[in-house]
Design a protein around this ligand. Structure first.
Ligand code: PEP
Ligand code: MG
Length: 323
């Protein structure tokens, strides 16, 4: 069984009726790239850079960041690598940043909000990213975007940094795609506006479920309400994908849902272009997708999206896939 799976390692990912999708891997450090490649990753769909900043007493320097990003890009040998800018705050602390104690950290000062408010930190990371771009296929992604203003502000800082590098004759690639995570319901709803500012979306379902259903993703007391199959979550995902496609752009997903074999059929049917997941989920996902017809899943997704409850949705999908 294992050997059969590993035969798929170096193959592209196609549905039975030849719709091509891409399976990426989520990583936290450059050391994770080996496992990603061993398991047939076609790219890195999410590099969570915050681990580079955590468990230490000061900021990583531009050089340290550059080395880490370069290492990942080189090891991926030209395959796409999506590096997410700092997503600290919420549940992830950085003592040396002296972040305020907040009553609702998940609704507070975090991620892109910190980057925009403390551009001296953001610029170091962007400089390191731009310099690393010469070593592979880099895409930069901003986390926790809630408005068009934030994307524009982030992109303006990126342009400033590019200008500064040019002045010093420091080179970088001019082919870097810029994307944003869609993990706040407000961003999903204005997806038609946001997509005009960027090259791609990646759906962060871990936070999108939390924010759309008002269920703390870490609170055991309400974990029974944390529901990927909530009709609202599926409808938001459809909205996001449709907005991106209407503008001719691609959409990925890097939340846990993307690697869930029970949900992948629906995501395929909704037209998701890229799925990024833990390394161990990649080959089973490739095998499953090869057995599915995109057109049949498209119909299944349409029928699923008019159901009333997550239980109905779960049962309906399971029954239809048994056939
Ligand atoms: C997400 O929110 O789905 C996501 C991928 O980001 P993180 O889990 O790092 O918040
Ligand atoms: Mg998130």
């Amino acid at each position: 069984k294992r050997r059969e799976l590993f035969r798929l390692k170096d193959q592209a990912t196609y549905s039975k009726d030849k719709r091509k999708v891409e399976l990426g891997c989520n990583i936290g450090t450059p050391r994770d790239v080996k496992m990603a490649l061993k398991n047939g990753a076609e790219g890195i769909g999410l590099y969570r850079t915050e681990f580079l900043f955590m468990n230490r007493s000061n900021m990583p320097t531009e050089e340290e960041q550059f080395q880490a990003y370069k290492e990942v890009l080189e090891e991926m040998e030209g395959k796409p690598v999506i590096i997410r800018t700092l997503d600290i705050g919420g549940d992830k602390e950085l003592p040396y940043l002296n972040l305020p104690k907040e009553a609702n950290p998940f609704l507070g000062y975090r991620a892109i909000r910190i980057s925009l408010n403390q551009p001296e930190i953001f610029k170091v990371q962007l400089r390191a990213l731009l310099r690393s771009s010469l070593y592979g296929n880099l895409k930069i992604m901003y986390p926790m975007i809630s408005s068009v203003e934030e994307v524009r502000a982030a992109n303006e800082i990126l342009e400033d940094v590019k200008r500064e590098l040019k002045e010093k004759s420091i080179e970088y690639s001019n082919q870097i795609e810029i994307g944003i995570m869609i993990e706040i319901p407000a961003a999903a709803v204005i997806g038609d506006l946001l997509i005009k500012e960027v090259d791609f979306f990646s759906i962060g379902t871990n936070d999108l479920i939390q924010y759309s259903t008002a269920v703390d993703r870490l609170n055991e007391g309400v974990s029974y309400l944390y529901e990927p199959f909530h009709p609202a979550v599926l409808r938001l995902i459809k909205l996001i994908i449709d907005y991106a496609h209407a503008d001719g752009k691609w959409v990925g997903m890097c939340g846990e849902m993307a690697g869930d074999l029970n949900i992948i059929p629906i995501l395929l049917g909704l037209g998701l272009d890229e799925f990024s997941m833990n390394a161990s989920a990649i080959l089973p996902a490739r095998k499953l997708i090869a057995e599915l017809s995109y057109l049949e899943m498209k119909k299944l997704a349409e029928e699923t999206l008019i159901l009333s409850t997550s239980k109905e949705i779960r049962n309906f999908i399971a029954e239809n896939l048994k056939k």
